[in-house]
Write a protein that binds this ligand. Structure first.
Ligand code: SAH
Length: 213
């Protein structure tokens, strides 16, 4: 399955839709128009790839709704050249958006099945995160820290303390917090010991789980 005019047209409509819903960052809109989301889902679902909805991927996980991906990215506000850690690679769609924004992406996936298939997809599509690790995101990547930004794409019941430590001063974390439903939360490290917390409404994510699978 390759890209074609039909899918490109649908991406333009999706991008317009996201603009209407409040995505003002031009580079993010451009990334939505450019990245072939249909290649990140099972071929049987490609016709559904450009509706603004979450879809199932392998191992009982989901590719987030395009609005959610764009909204989290807009909150993170990554600037070209920054170092960003993503927790929950999943299909790799969010990773590709970040790579499109020319940031140095580090990404962690705990599920081995997804880790394997998404590694292959990255090779095929020439998506190049600096590092793609099979591991437990709660631990972060101490050796590669500190990060300008951390984006968590699974619902975390608590603020992951270890990850806060891996943020630069001035760095931000975007994390959906909660069990059944989650509150989108942005935490900015304003000094070594001080963090500012802002919230941005309710969302629904698959849970962030401990340990590898
Ligand atoms: N960003 C993904 C969203 C995938 S859903 C996308 O665009 O497709 C969330 C993902 O987080 C799942 O793949 C799940 O396996 C992964 N995950 C859950 N807990 C994790 C953890 N502790 N560490 C790393 N990945 C985790």
């Amino acid at each position: 399955m390759e890209d074609n005019f039909k899918f490109r047209g649908r991406r333009r409509i999706l991008a317009l839709n996201l603009k209407k819903k409040g995505i003002v960052n031009k580079q993010i809109i451009k990334s939505i128009k450019s990245i072939p989301r249909h290649l990140f889902v099972d071929p049987g679902l490609s016709e559904h790839a450009y509706f603004d909805k979450a879809l199932p991927i392998k191992s009982n996980q989901t590719i987030s709704q395009p609005f959610t991906v764009a909204f989290q990215t807009q909150l993170l506000n990554p600037v070209s050249g920054e170092k960003i850690l993503e927790i929950g690679t999943g299909s790799g769609y969010q990773t590709s958006i970040l790579c499109f924004l020319k940031v140095d992406v580090y990404t962690i996936e705990r599920n081995h099945n997804l880790f394997r298939s998404t590694s292959k997809l990255f090779n095929k599509l020439n998506v190049n995160p600096v590092r793609f690790k099979y591991g437990d995101g709660y631990k972060g990547l101490l050796d590669d820290s500190p990060f300008d930004g951390i984006i968590i794409t699974a619902g975390s019941p608590i603020v992951p303390e270890e990850l806060l430590k891996q943020l630069k001063v001035g760095g931000r974390m975007v994390v959906p917090i909660g069990k059944e439903t989650q509150v989108m939360t942005k935490i900015t490290r304003i000094s070594v010991n001080n963090f500012k917390k802002e919230t941005f409404g309710n969302f629904k994510f698959v849970p962030m789980l401990e340990k590898k699978d």
